[in-house]
Design a protein around this ligand. Structure first.
Ligand code: ATP
Length: 931
C-alpha cells in the first residue's frame, strides 16, 4: 500500500508501538497498553485503530486483514521481543475495506481518537491520545450506502427459544425478532422447531444473534451451520425473559410495551435480544427503529430454504440477481420499492382478502396508464428516505442525507397531489399510501429546501452546505471571509508595488497558512534592509523563499476565525435540521413506506401491461387451474435471446367430485430430455407465488385456491460441507416434503430417485407418488423419466399423466414444448446427447446398448411389473392405509416360486423327490422370467 505523507503526522507522541528500550524486558509502552486494553475488550472483532489518517491493524488482526484485503503486511516495533505485524487502511477509503471484511464474515470494531493530539500533549509529553471503540461493524448492523445493497433489506435476526410446556425440540417455541437499523423496520414472530428453518430462509438475515446456549445446542447446530448468514452467539442475559419487556420499553422510551400490541414471551425475549445487540454494536447511540410489529406468521406461504434456492426466487443458483424471478418481475424505480418487492416475494400471502387488496391497486394502475406514467416519473425522482433517516438517527448522517429527506418529501408531496387529484375512489392500498403521503411533514421539507444548497457535500465537516439567505449570521461570516480574501489580493498588489517584484505571490498551505512567496533571487532582496523590516523569513526551499508579514498574519487570523465560526454555525444548523427530521421520523418513514408501496403496485402494473399478464382469481378453495401459463423468466430470456416465443401450457391440479373435494390432483409429467418438463413444473410454482404476492401472472387465466406451503425438489446439488451426497440431499428434501405437506400445499418434484440405481430410484419415486396421493393429498407436479410410473394413473384416481410433445424428423427430435395429456414412451436421451456434441462413436455405441437393453426390457413390460407388486394387489381390493409404507417392487417370478414352494411338504419327500422338486422350482422361475 502506498502512503504519501506530505506533512508531519499530526500525532507525534503517540506513534504506537515504536520500539521502546524497555520493551525488550517485557514492559509495554503506554500506547501499546492502550491498544492491548481496547483489543482485549473486543476479542472477536478486527480492531480498526485510528492513527491520524489511517486505521491501523496490529498482530493477528493485521495478518487476517492483509490476507482478506490483499494489502501489504508490514511491521512496526516490537512486543515482548517479537516484531509487531501491522497493516493499515486510509480513513477516506475505510468503507470499501470494511465492506470486504464484512463480506468475508469478519466483524470490525472501529476505534477513534476522541481528542486532538494537541490536547493530549498538554497533559505531558508521555500522554496518549484518548481513544475508544465508537462502533462495532457487523453484517447485520450496517448503515452506509456503499456497504449495503440498495434494493435489499439488511436484517439482523434475533432468535430466542422458549421451552415452556414443550416435550421435544420440535414443540419448542422460537421467538424471532428482526430489524434493519438502516431503515428502522422491526418485526417479530413466533414459530416452532419444524418451521424455524423455513422462517429464517424467508427473513434471509445478514446476521443472526442468539444465546450461546442455543448456538451450542446439538439439535440446532446443523441448522446454524447450513445458514449463509453470520451467526453471533451472545450472553444469555441478552434474551432474559424476566427483563425483556422492560428492555424493549426502555429502548423506545415508553414505560410499557403493552401499547405495541400483544407479544408472546418468546417474541419479547427475541425483541429484547435484538435491541440489546443494537445497543452493544452502536455503543449507546440509539438507532431509530419502528415500533415492533407482529409479522403475518400463519398468513404467509411457507417456503423452505431449498425451495427458495431451487426456484431461484431472489437469486439464481449461482448467486446472481439476474435470471432470478425477482429480476424478471422487478419494475420498481426506487430502492425502497425494490426492498418491499423483495420482502413480498419472500413471504407470499395466504389470505385471499389481503391478496386482492394488492391486486386491486395493480388493476387500477393498469387501467390508468397515464396516471401510472406520471406516478412513476415522480417516484423516479424520490430518493430513499429510510436509510438516510437511519444514518441521521445514529449521528452518522451527512448533508446529502438531509438532502435526501428534502427531495424525498418533495416527491412525496408531488405524489400525494397527483393521487389526490387524479385518482377518484382509490383502491384501499393506494388510498392508504396517499393518506400517509398527505400526512408527511411537508413544512419540514420546505424548510430543508430553503436551508440546504442544491448540490451537497458528502460530509458535514467542511461545511458549505447551508444555502445563502438561510442564516443572516452565517451570511455575515461568509462575507467577512470573502472580504478578507479580497484584502489579501489587494495586499499582494501592494507588496508587488512596494518591492518591485512582479512575480511575488501570496499563497496558502496547511502548514504555513498564508505566506509571501518569491523566487530565490528575489528572496535575497526581501531579506535585506529595508524590506526585511516588513517581510519576516519563514522558509527557504530549493527554488523559493517564503515570508510572512504582520498584516498578513492578522488577516489570516481574521479569516480563520470567521471560517471557524461559519463552520460552527453550519454544524449547529445541521444538528437543528437533523433533530427536526428525527422528531418527524415516524411520519417520514410512513411516507417512505407509502412511496415503496406505490412503486411496487405501479411496477406490477407496468409489468402486467408490458408482459401481457392477467389477474389471478384467488380464493380459499383447493383449485389450481392455469390456462396458457408461461414461465416468467424463461419467457423473457427467450425473447432477449433468439426471439423464440414461449409455448404456453395449461395445468389443472384442482380437486374434482369423484376424487374428493379435499384433495388436489397429481400430474406426472414424462417426456424427452429438453422437452420442457422442469420449466413447466417451475412455472406453475412461480405463478402461484406471483399470484399470492399480489402480482398479475403470466397466463391467459389462473384460478388458484391459496397455497399455504410450497415444496420443491428440483435440480441436484451435493452438500459436501454437511457431508451429504447428491442423493442424500435429494432424499432429505423428499423426506421433508412427504412428512410435512398438508392438503393445501403445492409440491413440485422433479426427477426424484434419479441419483441412484434404476430400481431403487423407481421404487422410491413410486412410493413417493403413492404417499402424496394417499397421505399428503396435495396438489402436486411430478416430472420423471421413469415411464413405468405413468401406469399408476390407472389405479390412483387423482393422478393424471401429461407429456411433453416432440416430433421426430429424419432421425432428429424437434421439441414442441407443449405439455399435453398422456404418457411418453421414450426419453430421446441419446438424441439430446448428440445435440450436446457427444463424440459420434459414443452415440453409435450408446444406440447399440440401448437397443439391447430395450429388447431385454420388452420381456418384462412395466404393466407386468406393476401387477406383481403386492401393494397393487392390495390396492385393487382396498385403499392403502396412509401410514403403511409402500413395499418395494418384487423381483420377477417371485410370486410363482412362492406359490410352488407353498405346495411342497418337505417331510413327505424322499431325497430324490426333494431334488426333483428343486429342479421344478428352478423351472418355474425360468419360465416366469421369460414372461
Ligand atoms: N414452454 C416452452 N416454450 C419454449 N421453450 C421452452 C419451453 N419449455 C422449455 N423450453 C426450453 O427448453 C429448454 C429445456 O427445458 P427443460 O429444462 O424444462 O426440459 P426438461 O424436460 O426438464 O429436460 P431434462 O429432462 O433434460 O431435465 C429450456 O431451457 C427452455 O429454453
Amino acid at each position: 500500500m502506498n502512503r504519501i505523507v506530505t506533512e508531519p503526522a499530526p500525532e507525534t507522541i503517540d506513534t504506537l508501538p515504536e520500539p521502546a528500550p524497555n520493551e525488550a524486558e517485557g514492559k509495554v509502552t503506554p500506547s501499546m497498553a492502550q491498544y492491548i486494553e481496547i483489543k482485549a475488550a473486543n476479542p472477536d472483532c478486527l480492531l480498526f485503530y485510528r492513527m491520524g489518517d489511517f486505521y491501523e491493524l496490529f498482530f493477528r488482526d493485521a495478518e487476517e486483514a492483509s490476507r482478506t484485503l490483499g494489502i501489504v503486511l508490514t511491521k512496526r516495533g516490537k512486543h515482548h521481543g517479537q516484531d509487531i505485524p501491522m497493516c493499515g487502511v486510509p480513513v477516506v477509503r475505510a468503507d470499501e475495506y470494511l465492506q470486504r471484511l464484512i463480506a468475508a464474515g469478519h466483524r470490525v470494531a472501529v476505534c477513534e481518537q476522541l481528542e486532538d493530539p494537541a490536547e493530549a500533549r498538554k497533559r505531558g509529553s508521555k500522554s496518549v491520545v484518548r481513544r475508544d471503540v465508537v462502533r462495532l461493524v457487523t453484517p447485520g448492523t450496517i448503515t452506509e450506502d456503499n456497504l449495503l445493497d440498495t434494493g435489499r433489506s439488511n436484517f439482523l435476526l434475533a432468535v430466542a427459544r422458549s421451552k415452556a410446556g414443550a416435550t421435544s425440540d420440535d414443540d419448542a417455541r422460537f421467538g424471532l425478532a428482526w430489524l434493519d437499523i438502516s431503515t428502522g423496520a422491526f418485526r417479530v414472530a413466533e414459530t416452532d422447531g419444524r418451521r424455524l428453518a423455513a422462517e429464517i430462509a424467508r427473513i434471509d438475515p445478514s446476521e443472526i444473534v442468539l444465546a450461546e446456549k442455543l448456538f451450542d445446542d446439538e439439535g440446532l447446530k446443523p441448522l446454524w451451520r447450513s445458514l449463509k448468514s453470520a451467526t453471533t452467539p451472545v450472553s444469555s442475559a441478552f434474551f432474559d425473559g424476566a427483563t425483556a419487556a422492560d428492555r424493549v420499553a426502555a429502548y423506545f422510551g415508553v414505560s410499557t410495551v403493552d401499547g405495541f400490541g400483544l407479544f408472546s414471551r418468546a417474541e419479547l425475549a427475541a425483541a429484547a435480544g435484538a435491541v440489546a445487540y443494537v445497543d452493544k454494536t452502536q455503543l449507546g447511540r440509539r438507532a431509530r427503529l419502528d415500533i415492533p410489529v407482529r409479522d403475518g406468521g400463519t398468513a404467509i406461504m411457507l417456503i423452505d430454504a431449498a425451495t427458495r434456492a431451487n426456484l431461484e426466487l431472489h437469486r439464481t443458483l449461482s448467486g446472481d440477481r439476474r435470471g432470478s424471478l425477482f429480476s424478471a418481475i422487478d419494475r420498481c424505480v426506487t430502492p425502497a420499492g425494490q426492498r418491499l418487492l423483495a420482502e413480498r416475494l419472500a413471504g407470499p400471502l395466504t389470505e385471499p382478502a389481503s391478496i386482492h387488496r394488492r391486486l386491486d391497486a395493480v388493476d387500477r394502475l393498469i387501467a390508468e396508464p397515464v396516471l401510472r406514467g406520471r406516478l412513476r416519473e415522480a417516484l423516479a425522482a424520490a430518493p430513499d428516505m429510510m436509510r438516510p433517516l437511519g444514518r441521521l438517527s445514529l449521528a452518522r448522517g451527512g448533508p446529502r442525507d438531509l438532502g435526501a429527506i428534502r427531495d424525498g418529501l418533495a416527491a412525496a408531496a408531488a405524489l400525494a397531489d397527483r393521487l389526490a387529484r387524479d385518482l377518484a375512489e382509490a383502491p384501499d392500498e393506494l388510498a392508504a399510501a396517499r393518506d400517509a403521503l398527505l400526512a408527511a411533514p411537508h413544512d419540514l421539507g420546505r424548510l430543508l429546501g430553503t436551508a440546504l444548497k442544491d448540490d451537497l457535500p458528502l460530509i458535514r465537516r467542511d461545511g458549505h452546505f447551508v444555502r445563502e439567505g438561510y442564516s443572516d449570521q452565517l451570511d455575515e461570516l461568509r462575507e467577512l471571509s470573502a472580504d478578507s480574501r479580497r484584502l489579501i489580493a489587494r495586499l499582494e498588489a501592494d507588496y508587488q508595488l512596494e518591492t518591485g517584484i512582479k512575480s511575488l505571490k501570496i499563497r496558502h498551505n496547511n502548514v504555513l497558512g498564508f505566506f509571501v512567496d518569491t523566487t530565490a533571487v528575489h528572496g535575497e532582496k526581501l531579506m535585506a534592509p529595508p524590506l526585511n523590516a516588513r517581510f519576516i523569513h519563514r522558509q527557504t526551499l530549493a527554488g523559493a523563499v517564503r515570508f510572512t508579514t504582520t498584516e498578513l498574519s492578522e488577516l489570516e487570523a481574521k479569516i480563520a476565525s470567521a471560517g471557524e465560526r461559519a463552520l460552527g454555525l453550519e454544524n449547529q444548523i445541521f444538528d437543528d435540521l437533523a433533530t427536526r427530521v428525527l422528531t418527524a421520523g415516524d411520519a417520514i418513514n410512513a411516507a417512505a413506506q407509502a412511496i415503496a408501496a406505490i412503486d411496487v403496485a405501479a411496477g406490477f402494473a407496468e409489468l402486467a401491461d408490458r408482459e401481457g399478464y392477467t389477474r389471478p382469481e384467488i380464493d380459499d378453495s383447493l383449485d389450481f387451474r392455469i390456462a396458457g401459463g408461461r414461465h416468467p423468466v424463461v419467457e423473457q430470456a427467450l425473447r432477449a435471446g433468439a426471439g423464440d416465443p414461449f409455448v404456453a401450457n395449461d395445468c389443472d391440479l384442482s380437486p374434482f367430485a369423484a376424487g374428493g373435494a379435499e384433495a388436489g390432483r397429481i400430474v406426472v409429467v414424462t417426456g424427452p430430455n429438453m422437452g420442457g418438463k422442469s420449466t413447466y413444473l417451475r412455472q406453475n410454482a412461480l405463478i402461484a407465488i406471483m399470484a399470492q404476492i399480489g402480482s398479475f401472472v403470466p397466463a391467459a387465466s389462473a384460478r388458484l385456491g391459496v397455497v399455504d406451503r410450497l415444496f420443491s425438489r428440483v435440480g441436484a446439488a451435493d452438500d459436501l460441507a454437511r457431508g451429504r451426497s447428491t442423493f442424500m440431499v435429494e432424499m432429505v428434501e423428499t423426506a421433508a416434503i412427504l412428512n410435512q405437506a398438508g392438503n393445501r400445499a403445492l409440491v413440485i418434484l422433479d426427477e426424484i430417485g434419479r441419483g441412484t440405481a434404476t430400481f431403487d430410484g423407481l421404487s422410491i419415486a413410486w412410493a413417493a407418488i403413492e404417499h402424496l396421493h394417499e397421505t399428503n393429498r396435495c396438489r402436486s407436479l411430478f416430472a420423471t423419466h421413469y415411464h413405468e410410473l405413468t401406469a399408476l394413473a390407472e389405479r390412483l384416481p387423482r393422478l393424471a399423466n401429461a407429456t411433453s410433445r416432440v416430433r421426430e424428423w429424419k432421425g432428429d427430435v424437434v421439441f414442441l414444448h407443449e405439455i399435453v395429456p398422456g404418457a411418453a414412451d421414450r426419453s430421446y436421451g441419446i438424441q439430446v446427447a448428440r445435440l450436446a456434441g457427444l463424440p459420434a462413436a459414443v452415440i453409435t455405441r450408446a444406440k447399440q446398448v440401448l437397443k439391447q437393453l430395450e429388447e431385454h426390457d420388452r420381456k418384462r413390460p412395466a404393466a407386468t411389473l406393476i401387477d406383481d407388486l403386492p401393494l397393487f394387489s392390495a390396492l385393487k381390493a382396498k385403499p392403502v392405509e396412509p401410514e403403511v409404507p409402500a413395499a418395494p417392487p418384487a423381483a420377477p417370478g417371485s410370486t410363482e416360486v412362492i406359490a410352488a414352494l407353498d405346495a411342497i411338504a418337505p417331510d413327505d419327500l424322499s431325497p430324490r423327490e426333494a431334488l426333483e422338486a428343486l429342479y421344478r422350482l428352478k423351472g418355474v422361475l425360468a419360465a416366469a422370467r421369460k414372461g
